[in-house]
Design a protein around this ligand. Structure first.
Ligand SMILES: [Cu+2]
Length: 538
């Protein structure tokens, strides 16, 4: 049930949109192989859809959730039942609204345990705790984004970050509800860390404790140990933590990783408390001040690079090699010049412009009369075009001093068509237009291998030799380095329409998205299923 619920944070109450009255929403705990049937009833005053982030949705694109991509939104008073089966996935994922900025409060963990009789590839943890990082405004986030859309300027920054919905001790009116995570001396526990923040990449650390990273985005890794992790919105990281310190209370904390120069951001710190069950009484309750972890500086890209370079699949994996589709997408920001019929308060971007964002210079526009998947399935013309370019329309020094004549993208609703079974390589190239930035790029319906990352312009002549085709990590969201690039590969074996977008919602608002249209294959189980009868009408 999606509904308005009064929620008090930072001394202030407003009517947040929640699921079943809970913020964050309920944790879903399932096993690999389960079929999920989830009825969503919309009692809120906004359109809503729910996306099951990272679920492959094999042949069930109708249940993926992004509004106007795979379904029309569930209108106020309406309902829709999402039905899908989890096939060969285990680990930590999450679910969230995929409509405007509703996911600021409409989200929750989605934990997939191994099939019955199967176990983790590491010793069974004594306890497991989801650590869901969020972002809070002392205002209705829909009003925040609507205001930004009206003015063309940057939206207001948030007022707090949260762990499992609570800002923690460093914010006003918060410490009585700070999240406590128990641990006992000698035991090893699993923290399932999820970055559900709307617009901010975050560092996470626990004071005095090392973290052993065992998985990301519901894919296992070769375990490695670190004192800090970084997650972009959309990413998850599973870490083991051992109670090997003096029994006491220790802060776990998250604060921003910010790559844009000079832009305002919410530079606050959210905390929860790791508390030893055997801690002596004086250090429990309000008495002992927990130890604070040292987190990297907000612009510490070296730490992020070192962390991501440690991510390796547990064993050799079969990375697509005979590439059928070699794609190159520029990604990043842009500026629209002020339209002649707009007043100056509608053009509050830099130098009287409106902020924009694009992939290959196409600034994505959602359709409004049909979802792209419906239009594709029913052969309805005029909703989208199939001419999303395989490469940028002009080649330039992407991360250099880019001529202002290249700053303005072209609006469009374009998809890139892929044949069923094709092997795809995609270079994601950040640009320095307006500003370079680390963008968490999320592909729906697929996991991909990240075979290489680097800074500057991707150079096939020299960078191809650096590809890891042996044990690259598998993810659904890749943080493309600021003023750099990432190369991903995947096998297009899931028919449907799959949006790929930056998971900073402010950038989606500005058009940072495109969609792949993957055609049906010839085999019996290679076609998209028929749409459900209760698919919401537009
Ligand atoms: Cu972005």
């Amino acid at each position: 049930m999606v509904q308005a619920t009064p929620v008090k944070r930072l001394c202030k109450t407003w009517s947040a949109i929640t699921v079943n009255g809970q913020y964050p929403g309920p944790t879903l705990e399932v096993n690999d192989g389960d079929t999920l049937v989830i009825s969503v009833v919309n009692r809120a005053r906004y359109n809503v859809t729910i996306h099951w982030h990272g679920i492959r949705q094999i042949r069930t694109a109708w249940a993926d959730g992004p509004e106007f991509i795979t379904q029309c939104p569930i209108r106020p008073g309406g309902s829709y039942t999402y039905r899908f089966t989890i096939e060969g996935q285990e680990g930590t994922l999450w679910w969230h609204a995929h409509s405007s900025w509703l996911r600021a409060t409409v989200y929750g963990a989605l934990i997939i345990y191994p099939r019955q009789g199967s176990t983790y590839p590491f010793p069974e943890p004594k306890r497991e705790t989801p650590i869901v990082l969020g972002e809070w405004w002392n205002a209705n986030p829909i009003d925040v984004v609507d205001e930004a859309t009206r003015t063309g300027g940057a939206p207001n920054i948030s007022d707090a970050y949260t762990i499992n919905g609570q800002p923690g001790d460093l914010y006003s009116c918060s410490s009585s509800e700070t999240i406590i995570v128990p641990i006992d001396t000698g035991e090893t526990n699993l923290l399932r860390v999820i970055n559900a923040a709307l617009n901010q990449e975050l560092f996470f650390a626990v004071a005095n404790h090392q973290l052993t990273v065992v998985g990301v985005d519901a894919g296992y890794l070769k375990p490695f140990t670190t004192s800090v992790i970084m997650l972009g919105p959309g990413q998850t990281t599973d870490v083991l933590i051992t109670g090997d310190q003096t029994p006491a209370r220790y802060y776990m904390a998250a604060q921003p990783y910010q790559t844009v120069q000079g832009a305002p951001f919410d530079n606050t710190t959210t905390t929860a408390i790791l508390e030893y069950i055997s801690a002596p009484c004086p250090s429990r309750g309000m008495l002992g001040t927990p130890v604070m972890p040292t987190l990297p500086a907000f612009n510490d890209t070296a730490t992020v690079t070192a962390f991501t370079q440690n991510l390796r699949s547990p064993s050799n994996v079969s990375v697509p090699t005979d590439i059928d589709e070699s794609l190159f997408f520029t990604i990043g920001l842009g500026l629209f010049s002020c339209p002649p019929n707009f007043s100056s308060d509608q053009c509050q971007g830099p130098n009287r412009t409106r902020f924009a964002s694009s992939m290959n210079n196409v600034s994505f526009v959602l359709p409004s009369s049909y979802s792209i998947l419906q239009a594709h399935h029913q052969g309805i013309p005029g909703v989208f075009t199939k001419d999303f370019p395989a490469a940028p329309p002009v080649q330039f020094d992407y991360t250099g001093n880019v001529s202002q004549s290249l700053w303005q993208p072209v609006p469009g609703t374009k998809v890139y068509k892929l044949k069923y079974g094709s092997n795809v390589q995609l270079v994601l190239q950040d640009t320095s237009i307006v500003s370079g930035e680390n963008h968490p790029i999320h592909l729906h319906g697929y996991n991909f291998y990240i075979v290489a990352e680097g800074f500057g312009n991707f150079n096939p002549a020299t960078d191809t030799a650096k590809f890891n085709l042996v044990d690259p990590p598998m993810r659904n969201t890749v943080g493309v380095p600021a003023n750099g690039w990432a190369v991903i590969r995947f096998l297009a074996d899931n028919p449907g329409v799959w949006i790929m977008h930056c998971h900073l919602d402010v950038h989606i608002t500005w058009g940072f998205a495109m969609a792949f249209l993957v055609e049906n294959g010839d085999g019996e189980l290679q076609s998209l299923e028929s749409p459900p009868e209760d698919l919401p009408p537009c």
